[in-house]
Unconditional design. Structure first.
Length: 458
């Protein structure tokens, strides 16, 4: 009878080690679930624009941060990825503290409130960048986004077809507007969908899924994209078109992938076909009516406001308070936002804040473009590319609207930024297989080495 010379003893120490190795996976899953929960809540709670919903969103973000910090403390070490967005984001927060501390804001209370909301955005960016990093976590996040996106699009479509002027058919909005989904402004619904639709679009064009699953995800992309047009948001339509152009350009320039270009053309054709099928083909006519209205006048007024406080700005969140004294046209409407996020940021934070924003975006694309190269075969690359396309869509839309003033959309944007700019794990180098010729040369080399060593020993 033969006995093994190795004896494996599972001590208490080894069992504890296994538990410690399993724990990070469970904790990471919990953080991903928590992040998705607060993002979805913010969307369903009317964009988290009301006081109660903003409070719940901020508390949820703080709770997720405490869980993440607790896991870091228990593990005995604090590890942070080298995300290039941390530096500009942190410096922007320092600038907000200076606005409050030096009392340069025209309305200090509002600036304090907006600074606290900015902390929540920083938390969701941090959790996304630190927790949704490996292949498995990104796979789960992408599937959660796709499922939520298509269900939410279906709900928005059903609510429009059977609308009684109330949210979820039961809740009367406090303000009049063009309701779509859970947003009082259809442009904000379109802004959300611009950030979500690249996920099913990218996944359906790659090789991550096969057969029926791939076709189902492509259908999700068509339905979600169609609701952007059904919402009648001109900015949303043009921004989605910009996403398609950028996606096609990246795939054709990098790989010359004609298959992906044809696939996206098919998706666009299906979107148009769906619009015609539901009898809303006339929404495309809104693209021909691009009169700027009062938006251009507001932007000109913003430049005058900026010239009076070019360094410190008027204070984050103070635009609706300060703007009436600079308005140059008559309207019976209350202008609460600049309808141009870039102009409003310039007014409220001056050159330092605007410069930090440009630095943030420069680092986003400088890091995001390389991390999205392996999108066809790896979930991490696919999520990076989808997140980058979503950021591109909302940034284009921000020239003519104020999506980034809506907490739900702003939080989603910062999460996508964190995903796009997170450094990905390096793929292991493929090992070259040994051919019969290599083996023959190796055998000859071994025999020569043995012969020479034998001669030396003699």
């Amino acid at each position: 009878m033969k006995t093994s010379s190795f004896l494996i003893v599972e001590t208490t120490e080894s069992v504890d080690l296994k538990r410690k190795r399993r724990a990070p996976g469970n904790q990471q899953l919990g953080l991903v679930v928590g992040l998705c929960a607060i993002l979805m809540f913010a969307v369903l709670a009317f964009g988290a624009v009301e006081d109660w919903s903003s409070f719940v969103f901020e508390v949820g973000a703080a709770a997720v941060f405490l869980v993440w910090a607790g896991t870091q403390f228990v593990s005995g070490q604090i590890t942070l990825s080298r995300n290039p967005l941390y530096a500009p984001a942190l410096l922007f927060f320092v600038f907000l503290l200076l606005q409050v501390g030096l009392r340069t804001s025209a309305y200090p209370y509002v600036t304090k409130y907006e600074a606290l909301e900015y902390v929540s955005y920083g938390i969701v960016l941090l959790i996304a960048a630190e927790s949704i990093t490996d292949e498995d976590a990104r796979n789960k996040f992408a599937l959660a986004v796709i499922v939520f996106g298509v269900l939410y699009a279906f709900f928005a479509l059903a609510q429009e077809l059977t609308s009684n002027g109330k949210f979820f058919w039961v809740y009367t909005p406090h303000f009049n507007g063009s309701i779509y989904g859970s947003y009082v402004n259809r442009n904000h619904y379109a802004g959300l969908m611009e950030m979500l639709v690249p996920f099913p679009l990218v996944v359906s064009m790659g090789h991550l899924l096969r057969g029926g699953k791939r076709a189902l995800v492509a259908f999700c992309a068509v339905l979600m994209a169609s609701t952007i047009f059904l919402s009648s948001s001109r900015g949303g339509m043009l921004s989605f078109g910009g996403e398609i152009v950028v996606f096609a350009a990246l795939t054709l320039v990098r790989r010359g992938n004609l298959r992906v270009a044809l696939g996206m053309a098919a998706v666009c054709a299906l979107v148009v076909g769906f619009l015609v099928f539901v009898g809303r083909g006339q929404v495309l006519g809104r693209l021909g009516d691009l009169g700027p209205g009062i938006r251009l006048n507001i932007t000109k007024d913003c430049l005058r406001m900026f010239s009076h406080r070019p360094v410190w700005g008027w204070g984050l969140g103070t635009f609706p308070t300060v703007y009436p004294s600079y308005r140059t046209f008559y309207t019976n409407l209350f202008v609460n936002e600049a309808h141009n996020d870039y102009a409003q940021l310039l007014v409220e934070t001056g050159l330092p804040g605007f410069g930090l924003m440009l630095w943030f975006l420069l680092r986003l694309y400088r890091q995001g473009l390389p991390t999205s190269r392996r999108w066809e075969f790896k979930w991490d690359g696919a999520v990076s590319l989808a997140a980058l396309l979503g950021c591109t869509g909302i940034l284009l839309h921000s020239f003519v609207d104020f999506n980034l003033q809506i907490p739900a959309n702003a939080a989603m944007f910062y999460v996508l930024c964190g995903l796009a700019a997170t450094p990905l794990a390096k793929l292991p180098k493929p090992r070259r297989s040994r051919t019969p010729k290599d083996e023959e040369n190796g055998d000859r080399r071994t025999s020569r080495e043995n012969g020479s060593s034998l001669a030396r020993s003699m």
